[in-house]
Design a protein around this ligand. Structure first.
Ligand SMILES: *Cc1c(COP(=O)(O)O)cnc(C)c1O
Length: 370
């Protein structure tokens, strides 16, 4: 495949997914696949094995399931499939994605309790511990690792220790961080976690993946509150039929994801990718501070994935004009998502390099109109 025929992107996506992908990831989509042929099923099998290796050294204890739809569908598949009738979910929320887990659970009529620490604070660990001690009905605990709303990184290690001290099942939404931050889900006491094709692995959107402790997967048969999002059934079919999905899968997207995995390996794996993201994020924050911008979060809470900045105070500033100026110069940024404060966000995951961030900073400097 000669990638010179693939058009250049008109602008880089400095967003937390879909994100800017390489031409080679896009190029491999230019052929068709038969979903029940061995060529495709082998691709799926290899993908599942590679995902497990990224997730943990204890690959024997875990299994992977791929699920159609965006990341939210995979989250819903977990919430709807793993909590038994009469179970109760505690959600530690500090942003829109934590809220979405709670909303999903309530929509499915699952008994749900939410600890909302506010968008600017990390979960309250003492409250978590006392709640787990007192409310013995709680069976599951959920938290978001990288809260994309703000860029907050939550301490999934200490939360996991508390959750396990009280014998609860632990689910983490690692969608924004999986592939971009080194972690071993076994060491983190995670029973179920989730990722999505269009985040740090740098594929295109269309499916998500669930990584689960096998012993826990075996227990969830018949719990699903949805047919198409039944995690157990999807797992059974993928296991039994060597890589087949139950219903039509996004074949081209899966092939692109496989290429993205190979490119992650070429880059040197998650450690190296994490270094690149961290370098880009540091250059971004230093440069923005030089230009007078302030970050929403203190540095010790900040992920290397996406950063929230306060909007300039000047009355002449408005996001739309700022956005359009940057877009015309080749960069798409992201509006803020924090409820009470005026912010905007800049992501640095995807096929984005420190040099791109340097160029962005020059463009921002030249775009100040307020
Ligand atoms: C992107 C993301 C999701 C999934 O969002 P979709 O719009 O369904 O792809 C879930 N959680 C977090 C933390 C995310 O960043």
């Amino acid at each position: 495949m000669d990638i010179k025929y693939i058009p250049d992107n008109p602008y880089l996506l400095l967003t937390p997914g879909p994100l800017s992908t390489t031409k080679t990831v896009k190029a491999v989509m230019l052929r068709d696949w038969c979903t029940w042929d061995d060529d495709y099923k082998t691709l799926v099998k290899n993908l599942r094995a590679k995902l497990l290796e990224l997730a943990t050294k204890k690959t024997q204890e875990y299994t992977t399931v791929l699920m159609q739809g965006s990341g939210t569908f995979s989250v819903e598949s977990i919430i709807g499939s793993v909590i038994p009738p009469g179970g109760k979910l505690l959600v530690l929320a500090n942003g829109a994605y934590g809220d979405r887990i709670a909303l999903t659970s309530k929509t499915l009529k699952i008994n749900t309790v939410v600890h909302d620490s506010g968008e600017l604070a990390r979960p309250d660990l003492e409250k978590l511990e006392s709640t787990l001690k007192e409310d013995t009905d709680i069976t599951h605990v959920a938290v978001v690792h990288g809260e994309t709303t703000t860029g907050m990184l939550n301490p999934i290690d200490t939360i996991g220790e508390i959750v396990k001290k009280y014998g609860k099942i632990y689910f983490t939404d690692t969608i924004s961080t999986f592939g971009g931050i080194p972690m071993d889900i076994s060491e983190l006491n995670i029973d179920f976690c989730v990722g999505s094709a269009n985040k740090c692995i740098q594929g295109v959107p269309g499916f998500g993946f669930i990584i689960a402790r096998k012993e826990e997967m075996k227990k969830i048969k018949g719990y699903a509150r949805s047919l198409s999002l039944d995690l157990y059934d999807q797992w059974q079919v993928m296991e039994a039929d060597g890589g087949k999905w139950r219903y039509t899968s996004p074949t081209h997207v899966v092939r692109a994801f496989y290429q993205a995995m190979l490119e992650l390996e070429e880059e040197g794996g998650i450690e190296k990718r994490h270094e690149r993201y961290s370098t880009s994020q540091r250059i971004l924050v230093e440069g923005m501070r030089r230009l007078g911008f302030k970050t929403l979060l203190p540095d010790e809470f900040q992920s290397p994935i996406i950063t929230s900045f306060y909007s300039p105070e000047s009355k002449k500033y408005n996001f739309k004009d700022f956005y359009n100026k940057l877009k015309a110069k080749g960069f798409v940024i992201y509006p803020g998502k924090v409820t009470k404060l005026d912010t905007f966000r800049i992501g640095n995951i995807g096929d984005i390099y420190p040099e791109d961030i340097q160029r962005l900073l020059k463009v921002i400097e030249g775009s100040v109109f307020w």
